[in-house]
Design a protein around this ligand. Sequence first.
Ligand code: F1P
Length: 357
Amino acid sequence: MSETKGSNTREEILGQTAVWEKVLQDVLGREERIRDFFHREPLDEVVFIGCGSTYYLSLCAAATFQSLTGTSARALPSSEVFLFPQASLSKGKNTLLVAISRSGETTETLLAARKFEETCGRNVLAITCYEDSALATQYPDALVVTAAKERSVAQTRSFASMLLTAQLCAGIAGGQADYCEQLKALPGHGERLIAEQHRFIKELGENERLAKFVFLGSGPNYGLACEAMLKMKEMSLSPSEAFHFLEFRHGPKSAVDEKTLVVGLLSDSARDYEIALLKEMRALGAKTLVLAEREVKEGADYAIPLNAGLPELARGVLYILPLQLLAYYRALARGLDPDVPLHLDAVVKLKMEEAGG
Ligand code: F1P
């Protein structure tokens, strides 16, 4: 239990750019080893796995990896891999499994990695925050982001730091030196964003006229939209959903009303389509918050311009940081403690009979 409500989460969100800095140093310091790891033999595909936040991280990481390397990449929840291996793993292909878990102890992720080894051979890269965890000790090539360990249940700085780790790996594997260079600007932009937007986000989180939240993202931003949805749900217990932008017209928009905040994580590639959808949601009565590289006026009741001068594949952690803060203030406004979400444990460990042990 924290000393004052949400003090751990607050510190973990607001202090996270120092951890990003450390990630950049550590991962780029191991660039050669990482390049060798990805190029040991030609890869047919890369599968990213995780649970909850780390599954959503995997969605973003897979989209980024495929875009930067040209190698086929996809993301799966860990449970799907060990429960339905025939539907999720490809025998006979040279596949690399990237297993992501803050704790490194989530049973589903450990079982999925084991099932993958039995089916596809021993080609696992782990990304975790705990050096003594089962995942880190079982897979010695593991990238361990120890500075991102957290006291809170809901993942905030660990999510962003492990995402940055996965993005750096994608940049290194794809030989995209410019991309890795661009990522170095993120800690500075994160600090600036906090200074510019903190007050506005607090007010928005405390706005009682908003009762439901929808997070929309396309391409690499879809996983980020899902993570923002999860943060809002875990910390503030508010009704919260995530969709691919254009999917939202295919049914879900029927639930939009004047108490709905539709949050758009704008891409560059699909920007015009995304803005058109936001305009439509405003016409239906929703309020909209638009996060984009440059300030967007069209279709936006509220806007958070990132002004980072970074391409869409590099901006991920800048989208997620303000949305973590939004969930935090929403939780406080509802009298909840963001450090201890209702019913949740920091690590999900399945009982022996469920885990087949
Ligand atoms: C995954 C996770 C968290 C979530 C919850 C339960 O943990 O789903 O994302 O916040 O507390 O566990 P991990 O495998 O990344 O440690």
